[in-house]
Ligand binder design. Structure first.
Ligand SMILES: Cc1cc2nc3c(=O)[nH]c(=O)nc-3n(C[C@H](O)[C@H](O)[C@H](O)COP(=O)(O)OP(=O)(O)OC[C@H]3O[C@@H](n4cnc5c(N)ncnc54)[C@H](O)[C@@H]3O)c2cc1C
Length: 719
């Protein structure tokens, strides 16, 4: 690795850091740290991460698995507020997000708006690790993302995990699992807490759900969520601490000299002077340091935005990427017309019921039940499906109109049809309800999983960098219908044997407000007045075709750019019946693979060139873009060699690489090449491990273009 030179060149009031990084990541959060870890595995690659938050490894509000909700409202919470929400009685609602090394994974858990605040502190729900239903991932392909489905993501789910199987005592307390669905060699520790409640309460709850028709799901992470389960968490069970992204992906490798976390807030991307393949390319970012100075830091290869669903779209907007009419309001010149930026925001509303009990319960009670549309609408399901299908175009128009027609109604209708099929044909789960307790308080917290309502997040003003957050809860009335039905089901549990025997009183909202036979109108009023965010925000830079209003392509690249990616919750195109982090860690691992395999231009040349420019006192020219920074000497041979490697799936690309290396880059030998590609197809389906291993062996030969014999020999020796 080259030594770093901490020299600052001053140009146009913007300080230029003359330390050249290959990758600059905005945000050291859940996804950003996965990228930072994986990309810096290669000591020749220099990675900078810009993060406004601090190191929180010794913050007990973070580490204590029983006190996580204490972090909300502190300095490690951005403490946002939504715009007034018509679906929530026109209130602006507090919205939490993590501001720390580790991002929101340092504060997450399920905050329930209970009637008395002190109960918050003793309800140990959270850090939920649940993936979702298979069909929800398969549908990503229909949204324009070739190669994205449950089967391609599943290896990454397992790769992420270092699962601790439950102890015998935990199994007695209800923790169940099926080993085949879990990874044990990953960096992220998952498992069940030692404080898992023991005793008869579990049996009462499980039996009652069974009596309502919800059988025990032996492993909620199998790709089928329906039924009742005790969910695993992201925690280091043996150390009894929260397993956040920093603990899993950063602290163990923080000494790497080629990885640096810099304190600051990224404001915008800077664009290089040259256009590559009709696409804008970035050469770095500007960020505000804690003293309020604007600093430029250069990225030789790529800029990766991982600032979360609420902030990555804002960085794009500040950089001139987004909806021209919104950009114009802020006086920002449009560089890429991409109206999907900040749109398609999808969030779930969380509502709580409370009862008192004749038993005093201590310990963690993480019980969840997932229900399908068939479960909650019963015999009415077919009629509901027909009626709602007929409404899809009207809903699409409503969402389009509400969001300033940023996304065309026809595009939304296409998305809604896919979502409708998921719900009524693929029969995925549409609602989740948690059953828990603390002391003598019993509670249900419930929410719909796949809202049709879509909101937005945009730049509030260029002065603050803060987001205007508009989730548009219950914009579409069908969302309220599902929320009501899952509420009724949650309420019914407490009238069901055998759990009903421990219920003493209906504490909140109580019989007067919401009796057992409450009308739809009573439910609507109750939900609007008490709902809080579920904090599962996604979609604001959706991975979808550009035609449907997507922002990034299937390889996370922002449309119209050659080297900007978004890797965080904002790329998920549609909600999942899970909790986000399980999926986010998996997609980030996959993104890191894509990035590693797709960028093979000569970074040494680029880095040296940029360093030279800076040190030559040409920082001013650098900033004004008057020099062709993006013209690193590039070996044609390399270009040709990797010519077709930037399309298709990561596995596919790796296999092609193997073929090309084996062919010694002589593509004229068509027959052998085709045979090798044919083998790739078979191998990938059958044994991805073999492909990966071969690739690792062959990597060492990339630069020297070994002969076919040398490669074959190496494979024989090493395998
Ligand atoms: C209260 C709460 C409870 C939750 N409970 C659960 C749960 O139990 N299970 C679950 O799976 N999920 C849960 N979630 C959701 C989940 O934690 C988040 O969706 C996920 O952590 C988001 O990851 P991310 O990488 O997209 O963003 P983040 O982890 O939020 O990372 C973004 C990072 O970028 C930084 N940043 C912001 N702006 C900038 C900028 N301009 N420049 C540079 N850096 C910037 C932030 O400080 C942050 O560190 C919960 C969320 C909340 C808020």
């Amino acid at each position: 690795m080259k030594p770093t030179i901490p020299l600052i060149c001053v140009a146009l009031g913007v300080e230029v850091k003359c330390e050249v990084f290959d990758y600059v990541i905005a945000g050291a959060g859940t996804c950003g740290l996965v990228l930072a870890n994986r990309l810096s595995e290669d000591p020749n690659i220099k990675v900078a991460v810009i993060e406004p938050g601090d190191d929180v490894r010794n913050n007990p509000n973070v580490t204590d698995v029983g006190a996580f909700l204490r972090a909300l409202g502190t300095e490690i919470d951005w403490q946002y507020t939504t715009t007034p929400q018509p679906g929530a009685g026109n209130k602006s609602i507090p919205f939490h997000a993590g501001k720390a090394i580790g991002g929101t994974s340092t504060i997450n858990g399920k905050p329930c708006s209970l009637s008395s605040l002190q109960i918050w502190l003793i309800v140990y729900l959270g850090m939920t690790y649940i993936r979702g239903d298979k069909a929800e991932f398969d549908v990503w392909e229909s949204l324009g993302n070739d190669g994205w489905n449950w089967n391609t993501l599943y290896p990454y789910f397992k790769q992420v995990e270092q699962f601790s199987p439950p102890t015998a005592a935990q199994q007695v307390a209800g923790a169940s699992f099926e080993a085949e669905f879990h990874g044990t060699d990953g960096l992220l520790k998952t498992g069940f807490p030692f404080r898992l409640l023991n005793g008869s309460f579990y049996e009462l709850v499980q039996q009652s759900w069974e009596n309502l028709g919800y059988l025990l799901n032996p492993d909620v992470n199998s790709g089928e969520t329906r039924g009742f389960d005790v969910w695993p968490q992201t925690l280091d069970r043996d150390a009894n601490v929260r397993e956040d992204a920093a603990r899993a992906y950063y602290y163990p490798i923080e000494q790497r000299p080629n990885l640096k976390i810099i304190k600051g807030v990224v404001t915008k991307l800077t664009w290089a002077n040259s256009i590559i393949d009709d696409k804008l390319s970035t050469d770095g970012v500007e960020y505000l340091n804690p003293a309020g100075q604007t600093i430029f830091i250069s990225a030789a290869k790529e800029v990766l935005l991982s600032a979360g669903s609420l902030r990555s779209p804002l960085i794009l907007e500040r950089s001139g990427v987004g909806n021209p009419s919104i950009l114009k309001e802020h006086g920002i010149e449009t560089r890429i017309n991409l109206p999907g930026v900040g749109e398609h925001l999808q969030e779930q509303p969380n509502v709580v019921l409370e009862y008192t009990s004749n038993v005093n319960l201590t310990g963690t009670i993480p019980y969840a039940t997932f229900a399908t549309a068939q479960d909650i609408f019963g015999e009415r399901t077919f009629a509901v499906a027909e009626a709602t299908r007929a409404n899809l175009s009207e809903w699409a128009q409503k969402v389009s109109d509400t969001n300033n027609r940023a996304i065309d109604a026809h595009q939304l209708e296409e998305i809604f049809r896919i979502q409708h099929d998921l719900i009524f044909r693929a029969n995925i789960t549409v609602a989740e309800t948690l059953t828990s307790a603390s002391g003598n308080i019993l509670l249900s917290a419930f929410w719909l999983l796949l809202p049709f309502s879509r909101g937005s997040v945009h730049l509030k003003s260029t002065k603050t960098n803060y987001p205007a957050i508009d989730p548009e809860y219950f914009l579409i009335d069908f969302d309220l219908a599902i929320q009501t039905e899952i509420g009724r089901l949650s309420q019914e549990l407490w009238y069901t044997s055998p759990i009903k025997d421990v219920v003493v009183d209906y504490l909140a909202p109580g019989d007067e407000v919401l009796p057992r036979n409450a009308t739809d109108a009573q439910w609507a009023t109750f939900i609007a007045s008490t709902m809080s965010p579920n904090h599962h925000l996604i979609g604001s830079a959706s991975m979808m075709s550009r035609k449907l209003g997507g922002v990034v392509d299937p390889r996370f690249k922002v449309y119209g750019t050659s080297n900007v990616r978004v890797v965080d919750a904002s790329v998920l195109p549609m909600q999942i019946s899970g909790h986000l982090t399980a999926t986010l860690y998996a997609i980030s691992e996959r993104a890191a693979n894509f990035i590693k395999s797709s960028y093979l231009e000569n970074s040494e040349n680029m880095r040296a060139y940029q360093l030279f420019m800076c040190l030559s006192g040409l920082g001013l020219l650098y900033m004004t873009g008057a020099v062709l920074l993006r013209a690193p000497p590039q070996a044609n041979m390399y270009k040709r060699y990797y010519a077709d490697m930037t399309t298709g799936d990561a596995e596919w690309i790796l296999c092609l690489k193997i073929c090309q290396i084996q062919q010694n880059s002589k593509f004229d030998d068509g027959v052998k090449y085709d045979a090798c590609v044919g083998q790739c197809k078979g191998t990938i389906e059958n044994d991805w491990e073999i492909v990966n291993k071969k690739y690792r062996i062959l990597r060492g030969y990339e630069k020297s273009f070994p002969s076919r014999d040398e490669v074959d020999q190496a494979l024989v020796i090493e395998s």
